[in-house]
Design a protein around this ligand. Structure first.
Ligand SMILES: [Zn+2]
Ligand SMILES: [Zn+2]
Length: 202
């Protein structure tokens, strides 16, 4: 449980859903502001920077999961709670993730490129984070039959149930393949069909 943490990690239903809603609103609001145009910066550049943030998020996601959530205390201990109970409403508190985006993305980017470029890059990162939280929630709770999503679900199941630490990417397996952490199916359990990696029989 989250009793020893400065931020609660296990959420009630409202706080858990609020994270998706607040990030959805943040993406919509930031997009609306940036689409109106930034002084002295073309929409093309703003769009390119947002896209760079969105694509860059996939590497942040991989590195955070591999080296922070599975490498660094106390995050490793907190993340272990999710591995113990994957379907529980355990996740990064919205206040903490927003603080991280502000301090480690928006403010440094502002110092380097001004507020509008910083806003565009942060929009991309935040949209990537929203995609990550939605896909991650889905891998544990949704049973849809979209081919791309089934692949993501099997990949994340390998992270939870495969042999050895692997499959750290959630929204994409690209960086696992680049850095050699693509996973192998658990051989014994796969025959029974119980391995979550085989859940969708794909
Ligand atoms: Zn993990
Ligand atoms: Zn998970």
């Amino acid at each position: 449980m989250a009793t020893m943490n400065p931020f609660p990690l296990e959420h009630g239903r409202i706080a858990y859903v609020a994270d998706f809603v607040l990030y959805g609103l943040a993406v919509a609001l930031m997009s609306a502001v940036l689409l109106r145009g930034a002084p002295g910066i073309s929409r093309t550049e703003i769009g390119a920077m947002a896209l760079a943030g969105f694509v860059g998020w996939t590497l942040v996601e991989y590195a955070m999961h591999r080296f922070v959530l599975h490498g660094l205390l106390p995050f490793r201990r907190w993340h272990a709670l999710h591995h113990e109970r994957p379907r529980a409403r355990i996740g990064t508190p919205t206040t903490l993730s927003m603080l991280v985006f502000l301090v480690f993305a928006f403010l440094p980017a502002w110092m380097l490129g001004g507020p509008w470029r910083a806003g565009a890059v942060t929009l991309g990162l935040v949209a990537g984070y929203l995609a990550y939280t939605l896909v991650h929630h889905g891998t544990h709770h949704w049973h849809g039959r979209i081919a791309w999503f089934n692949r993501r679900r099997r990949w994340h199941a390998l992270h939870h149930h495969g042999e050895g630490p692997s499959c750290f990417g959630v929204t994409t397996d690209f960086w696992d393949r680049v850095f050699g952490t693509a996973g192998a199916r658990p051989a014994v359990r796969a025959k029974t069909g119980k391995a979550a990696g085989c859940r969708s029989a794909g």
